[in-house]
Design a protein around this ligand. Structure first.
Ligand SMILES: *Cc1c(COP(=O)(O)O)cnc(C)c1O
Length: 392
């Protein structure tokens, strides 16, 4: 008999009832170190006091009005995002996939508005992940996402990851944009090189294309910059964010330059819940912490400590692990053993990690994790690695 919850997830036999910083606790009081942070969602850990206060304070005043009215928290969060990024304007959503959808709609509208409606195709990369709506599974293109769900929306051309010649060859008079994650998350923590990001920006400029970045996983401090593209010294025209910006409360956004957003006039797009007072209160609190003095420097410092520890772990367990990759606190451990075996052994050692493509396990801890907590995580991963070794 089907479970009351639609069984679209192969869930681990684990359930948590409370959290505190990077720790999660089960009903019987067992504590797990959360190195997945809800897949890069709990950017400041669980039950961060400033986020709890922001949500509680707003919950007592007002939950929902409608986007028919000005929403002060939404305006405040938009102003913060505009102040700290390339963007001039922001559309708020409740999730990642709504943010990439908004980005794609904006691209098409831009060229329609410019009198070039035939330019409506977007180039994407193999191994990418942009969400689960029909258009976004079509955008990513992998069979594991699309199988059985056709007919799919058209308008996406897929090129191999990291193949600049193929990318250039895929540009046609119908091409409107290139969309990519600076570091592929679900795809296995695969980063575009800074040189390739620069070259892609240059290609966009040369051909009049819009550059759309999906920073849903890489954004909001995850890589040690507020947004990952800053490492390459480039800016996009449109950027989708979600996950970390809400710190665990559902919140996403599509950021754009004034030029790219030109076609998005009143009535062209909308949302009931996007940008609601509760989500934006939390979003403002997250932004205030992450853009605070020295916060991102600390992310980089702690990330260096993690990286060093993981290099040691890989070196001492060459039959379990192959290499470490990623940027900042978005780290992948490429496995030699099955990644799911390593993750399950982690559960036994009370440390949570997340699977990714290419036989990788992902470590995406809260950005405010301490070096002491990192050491504890490394010790538990060491236990997990030894357990896996015994089964090989
Ligand atoms: C998680 C993720 C999405 C989808 O976000 P949802 O909130 O699950 O819709 C899209 N793109 C990237 C890069 C992601 O990591």
């Amino acid at each position: 008999m089907i479970s009351p919850v639609l069984p679209t997830y192969a869930r681990a036999p684990l359930s948590f009832v409370k959290g505190d910083g990077p720790w999660l606790e089960t009903e019987d009081g067992t504590r797990y170190l959360d190195m997945g942070a809800g897949i890069a969602v709990n950017s400041l850990g669980h039950a961060h006091p400033a986020l709890v206060a922001a949500l509680e304070g707003q919950a007592r005043r007002l939950w929902h009005t409608s986007n028919l009215y000005d929403i002060p928290n939404q305006r405040a969060l938009a102003e913060r995002l505009v102040e700290h990024t390339f963007a001039d304007t922001v559309f708020f959503t409740n999730s990642g996939t709504e943010s990439t959808e908004a980005a794609v709609k904006m691209v098409r509208k831009y060229f329609d508005n410019a009198g070039q409606p035939e330019r409506n195709r977007i180039i994407t990369f193999e191994g990418s992940f942009h969400g689960r709506t029909l258009a976004m599974i079509s955008a990513a293109g992998a069979e594991k996402l699309t199988k059985g769900f056709g007919p799919l929306p058209d308008g996406f051309d897929h090129v191999p990851f990291g193949n600049m010649a193929a990318l250039e060859a895929a540009i046609t008079p119908q091409t409107a944009a290139i969309m990519l994650e600076p570091v592929q998350g679900e795809g296995g923590i695969r980063a575009f090189s800074e040189a390739d990001l620069k070259a892609i920006r240059a290609l966009c400029d040369e051909h009049g294309l819009l550059l759309v970045l999906d920073e849903i996983q890489t954004g909001v401090g995850r890589t040690g910059k507020l947004f990952a593209h800053e490492w390459a010294g480039i800016t996009p025209d449109i950027m989708a964010i979600a996950k970390g910006i809400g710190g665990g409360f559902p919140l996403g956004a599509c950021l754009a330059t004034e030029r790219a957003a030109a076609g998005m006039t009143a009535g062209s797009h909308g949302t009931t819940f996007g940008g609601n007072p509760l989500a934006c209160a939390v979003g403002c609190a997250v932004m205030d912490v992450v853009t605070g003095e020295g916060f991102l420097d600390d992310v980089t410092r702690v990330a260096g400590h993690l990286r060093q520890g993981l290099e040691g772990l890989v070196a001492s367990h060459p039959d379990v692990f192959e290499s470490v990759r990623g940027e900042g606190l978005m780290v992948g451990l490429k496995c030699k053993a099955a990644n799911t075996d390593v993750i399950n052994a982690g559960y036994d050692a009370h440390v949570l990690t997340v699977p990714a493509g290419d036989n990788v396990i992902r470590l995406l801890p809260p950005l405010n994790i301490t070096t002491g907590e990192i050491d504890e995580a490394l010790a538990r991963l060491e236990t997990a690695a030894r357990a896996v070794e015994e089964t090989l």
